[in-house]
Design a protein around this ligand. Structure first.
Ligand code: PMP
Length: 359
């Protein structure tokens, strides 16, 4: 810690992203990136955007991109908010909705760990609600009557790193029970098979759904995320954004993201390929002695029947394959493995077979 720093920096616990290693012949299955690359139309749009126009500021409202997103989800443009990756959108969400007179934010004990980082950063007290033993979220934990109402509720659906998804009826019940605060559903992985709560927005003014282009649109390197909700919620987010950075998305990102959103065909084909590969990978991992949780995401959460997860991750790394291991209570026996192409999944399984039999 430096004596030149602001006081609150000592209390921060920064998020630790998955490793971006420089290893020859690396197979990266540790950060849930998409193996198929972005839509060729998105790449072309970005090349076109590399012009003299870059001397001009981008549209602070991202009007065309918001329109394209609204069209895709059958919403009005004033129901869409853009950010520099969904992590930034989530930061603005904390600032806009969860600082409510010291009331606690409710979130599952096992979920995307950035939520807790933001709790520290924004000084939002929180209550961790344990998932059931099978890692499913118990709706009654969120709908019960309590003395102190929450400041808000946030969870990922499908959840990360478990991959389990909750149905729309459950989300409706939670949002209805907690109508005096914002309920945020982070749908970073929803396009790989789960149902989107966007379908509930017309009936629940306190529901906010967050999406990213990093996973199903294969644009993690571009940094584009968005939130969808009632115009009232979106106006709150815009107020925060315009007090922080009016131009979160540059001209290249706006052009590429719009073309990616409009290329439904590429989106559907690549999501389908990931889902098919996931089914095969789950079966192959089971044959290698893993217990694999059901997944509606582009990753699998799996524990080996006899071997320790940290050791397997180490053995794979020595062979140039990265998977994610979280040293955290309850999930320590598990590995989170991103679904790659069929060839990548085959390399993973062949390597696993080798290292598990020779070590
Ligand atoms: N939410 C969840 C559940 C995630 O796993 C991630 C990716 N780490 C994000 C949000 C952030 O995604 P991005 O900032 O790339 O949009």
């Amino acid at each position: 810690m430096s004596t030149l720093w602001s006081d609150h920096l000592a209390g921060l616990i920064p998020y630790v992203p998955g490793e971006q290693a420089r290893i020859p012949n690396l197979l990266k299955l540790n950060t849930n990136e998409n193996p198929y690359g972005p839509s060729p139309k998105a790449l072309a749009a970005m090349r076109d955007a590399l012009s003299d126009d870059l001397r001009l500021y981008p549209d602070p409202q991202g009007t065309l991109l918001r329109r394209a997103i609204a069209r895709r989800h059958r919403l009005a443009p004033d129901q869409v908010f853009l950010g520099n990756g969904s992590d930034e959108v989530l930061a603005h969400v904390f600032n806009a909705f969860f600082l409510r007179g010291g009331r606690p934010l409710w979130l599952p004990d096992i979920t995307y760990s950035f939520y807790r980082t933001y709790c520290r950063f924004f000084d939002v007290p929180h209550r961790l609600i344990p998932l059931a033993d099978d890692f499913t979220l118990r709706v009654s934990d969120y709908t019960e009557a309590v003395d102190q109402a929450p400041a808000g509720v946030i969870f990922a659906n499908p959840n990360a790193p478990t991959g389990c998804a909750l149905g729309l009826d459950a989300i409706r019940r939670i949002a209805q029970a907690r109508a005096d605060c914002v309920v945020v559903v982070d749908e970073a992985y929803v396009d790989f098979g789960a149902q989107s709560a966007v379908a509930l927005l017309h009936e629940l003014p306190n529901l906010l759904v967050v999406h990213t282009l990093s996973k199903s649109r294969a644009l993690a390197g571009l940094r584009v995320g968005y939130a969808m909700g009632s115009p009232e919620l979106i106006a709150g987010l815009v107020r925060v954004k315009d007090s922080f950075n009016s131009y979160p998305l540059d001209r290249v990102a706006l052009a590429g993201a719009q073309a990616a959103i409009e290329d439904e065909d590429w989106f559907e084909r690549t999501c389908r390929a990931v889902i098919d590969a996931r089914t095969r990978l789950a079966r192959d991992l089971q044959a290698l002695g893993f217990v694999v949780l059901p997944s509606e995401t582009n990753f699998l959460f799996a524990s080996h029947r006899t071997r320790e997860a940290a050791e397997i991750a180490r053995l794979l790394r020595a062979q140039g394959i990265l998977v994610r291991h979280f040293q955290a209570p309850r999930i320590d026996p598990y590995l989170r493995i991103t679904v790659g192409t069929p060839e990548q999944c085959m390399r993973l399984c062949d390597t696993l077979k080798n290292v598990l039999s020779t070590n």
